[in-house]
Every structure is written in C-alpha cells, then in structure tokens.
Design a binder for this molecule. Sequence first.
Ligand code: HPA
Length: 271
Amino acid sequence: MEKIKETLDYINSKTNNLKPDVAIILGSGLGCFCDDLDGIKIKYSEIPYFGESSVVGHKGELLFCEIEGKNAVIMQGRFHFYEGNSLAVATYPIKIFKKLGVKTLFITNAAGATHKGLEVGDIMLICDHINFMGTNPLIGKNDDSLGERFPDMSNCYTKSLQELAKNCAQELNIDLKEGVYLATTGPSYETAAEVRAFRLLGADVVGMSSVPEAIVSNYLKMDTVAFSSVTNHATGVSDKKLAHSEVVEIGKTTSLKLSALIKSMIKKLDF
Ligand code: HPA
C-alpha cells in the first residue's frame, strides 16, 4: 500500500490532484489517438514503481486530458509480460487508475485474426477472453481491501458498455466486429498449429496483452470495455510472414476509426 501511495503522491503532484473518470490503454500503433489531445504528460520512467515500456510503437507516457467533457488519463503504451515485467508490474497502473477515481477502463490492442471472417483493418469488440498466458495477475496474497480472492468473471467486459459500443459504432457507420481474444505471453508469434488450435478453442483473435489488465480491472470492479485492432491474419491464416513494423502501421490506420468510436462512447457515459 505504501508503494501505491508514493505513486499516487507523485502523479497528484504533477496533475494538481486531477480526478480522471475514464482511463484508456493504447496498444501498438494506436498512439495517434492522442494527436488532437493536449494535457499534462508524465513519462513512465519518472513515476515511482511504474514498469518499463520498451516496445516500438509505444510512447511510454501518461496523458491527463479532457475528452468530450470528461477527465481522462491515457496510457500511451503498456507494460507487457514478455518485456520481463511481472504481471503485478504490468497491471500496476490499473490499480493506480482505480485509486485516482477512474470508473471506466478502455483497453485497446493490436491482434492477429485466427480466421478470415475478420479482415485486416477491422475493429473487434472483445466480448470475452481466453487466458492462455499460463499465469494470472491476481496470484499471490490477496488484499481484501482491493477485491475478492475469487472474482467472478461473467461480466469481465461490462455488458452495458458493449451495448454502448455497438450503438455508437452504428451511428458512426463503423462495421464493428465482435469476438473472443486469446492472450499468449509472446514475444514469438504463434505457429500455424497453435493458431489452428486457438481457433478450435474459440478464439477469434490472438495477442500478447490486455487479458491481465481486464482481469485486474474486473477484480477492482471498474467497468471495462476492450477493442482489438486486427492488424494481420495470424500465422497460417494467410501466407504472409509477420513483422512488428506492419502491425504498428496497420494499427495507425485503424486508430482513426477506433478513436472516433471511443470518443463517442465517452461522450455518452453519464457521469
Ligand atoms: N499474434 C500475436 N500478437 C499479435 C498479432 C499476432 O498475430 N498481431 C498483433 N499482435
């Protein structure tokens, strides 16, 4: 708890105790979300107990700003397990958001589609997930003041926010897909056999993040909504070799659509 207090004190000293209502985690290539936003920026490297974000396409800073009349905090880049961060470190910002007063968390990521029903450039609303990381961010002694030991997962992705996302997408003429996200640890991409197996298990897309964040957000009883930007067909679904640079480039083009969608949802949140 002392650690959390130190982190909060540092952030509050920079933001003048600003209380964000919403938090947004931006995935690979989705940084353009912030292009027309201005506010208070804090580099992760300055913040006590924040992890390290070393991935190309991830800026590594928090932006406190106003979006559609609501106070928001945006994570420009996240902490991945494959970077060597523990899941406790990877999900530490979610605990900080909760303490700052955030009620709604938007999670975004880049992901590979396990079938051709999804196209490159699509945005997929995550309706549920499969945790294939072989670990869980809640392992360890439970702090009962934060959440339950055995959290229910049936509304991990808040149903009312899923409805809101679908309504906003319709209004904006965005063809919003829906499906299941499967998380691996990475950093190697999947083999073709793994992708076939994941498809059989019920995964529509595969990626290397987001699930730990959603588990902790649900544990802390924050409303949670998550989107995948489909940056590629996963290994074996198409013949193309995977390159992170392409993932980032495609992420940038879908970023405009996703940004419009998230902003229109924020406008309609009633708090
Ligand atoms: N696999 C895993 N993670 C990813 C992919 C993929 O195909 N594309 C973007 N992130």
